[in-house]
Design a protein around this ligand. Sequence first.
Ligand code: SAM
Ligand code: SF4
Length: 463
Amino acid sequence: MTFHIHTYGCQMNVRESDAVAAMLEAAGHVRAADEAEADLVIVNSCTVRQKAEEKALGKCGNLCAPSGRAGRGDSPVGNRHRRQMVGLMGCAVSRLGAEVFRKLPNLDFAVGPRRFGLIPKIVAELEAQGCPQRRSGMNRLELPDADEIPEGLSAHSDLASGMAGFKSYVTVLLGCDNRCSYCIVPSVRGHEYSRPAAEVIAEVRALAAHGVKEVCLLGQSVLRYGRRNKAWDDDVGEPFPRLLAALDGIEGLERIRFTSAHPNGCTDELLRTFRDCPKVCRHLHLPVQSGSDRVLKEMGRRYTRAEYLAAVAKLRAFDPEFAVTTDVIVGYPGETEADFEATRSLMDEADFDNAFIFKYSPRPGTRAAELPDDVPAAEKERRNQTLLADQERRGTERNRRLVGTVREVLAEGPSLRNKARWSGRDGGNRIVVFEPSGTLRAGDLLRVKITEAHPQILLGELA
Ligand code: SAM
Ligand code: SF4
């Protein structure tokens, strides 16, 4: 069959879609250029905010609608390709369970996050039974256990070319055992499980051997790697810094990133790793969520404003150019103007390089969903816009300090806005746009002198 996967949500979903694509290819299926050419379309869903879930389910609904698919035996609609199967995977499946088939009765299968490895088998079984399932009313649902270890974690599509040929995500920690009051992730992605270090190292070695230059290690709270279950055979050192140090030695690999971090994990050993391991990028995505101690306590974030700022100060004392990015939620239940102003001032003090701002969205089953969602939508929007404008100013100021410096940039390809130029990223994950030379290839590491600063990008010339 030809297949196409639509991915919504975070990097973890991007990674899991790629693993599914790799397994489908290994089973003999062929990637379609786009959805219109695909016999099988899979939507990988997110449920972190209601809007994200609606988007994924809306897409799936269109694909399942009679006008969006033509089943075996149906006459093709115009010159439309005969689509035979539509599947849903990801976090919305865990949240909705069997209800997903009441919302999407024509859906053929729905598979929760820790069971994505079963998709090729399910596709084969449905094919053998004669799809579409809506005929027989047999929708296939796979809901994972909270402790399940997925199949296919190491599968990468087209190993020879990786995600963009030279960059790849690698999942190291599954699930989450934190219980942040607003967050649905622990209930849909299950308990924390750290993959054995030996397995991660072998996966990264294989990627590097196939030309991957940069890996990004994924986990909801990645610095907790090796805390709930052992990742190493012995207890020497801190598990995550030790993993970084081991990966730093892999030949051919140039850069190691990881996300997301928590201030409690910013230990001296982690800092020593940044100092001693040149491939480990000096960037932390350190979601703060709020700058108000009262709100942080209600959210169950397990740090105070002062502790968070101390972690940032430690990173910047070590390297003033250390990039720190964050996530913030505005309009959490009961968030007052004073709480919001505390977030604004924290963001100034932390001097973030970039920030993702989210409007609070109540998620079923979370502690916060029991509280009144009492910040009006218009006020959430105002707070959102205020923080975005602050960050735009701050981003430009921080980037301005880099004008005249030479950054090491991993070339990615022609810039989206101006194809005559190329873009890449520096170690701090900042986008750098520059005039290419004739021999340039994606994945090359270059030295670029910064000539101009904008809020989200740096312009420069090859040094
Ligand atoms: N595990 C990461 C952490 O805690 O650092 C975050 C994972 S979550 C998928 C990504 C971001 O979505 C969070 O950092 C938070 O800002 C935002 N988020 C989570 N739940 C939310 C909700 N109910 N409403 C709005 N934003 C939310
Ligand atoms: Fe959600 Fe908190 Fe876990 Fe992040 S650490 S996934 S915000 S519960």
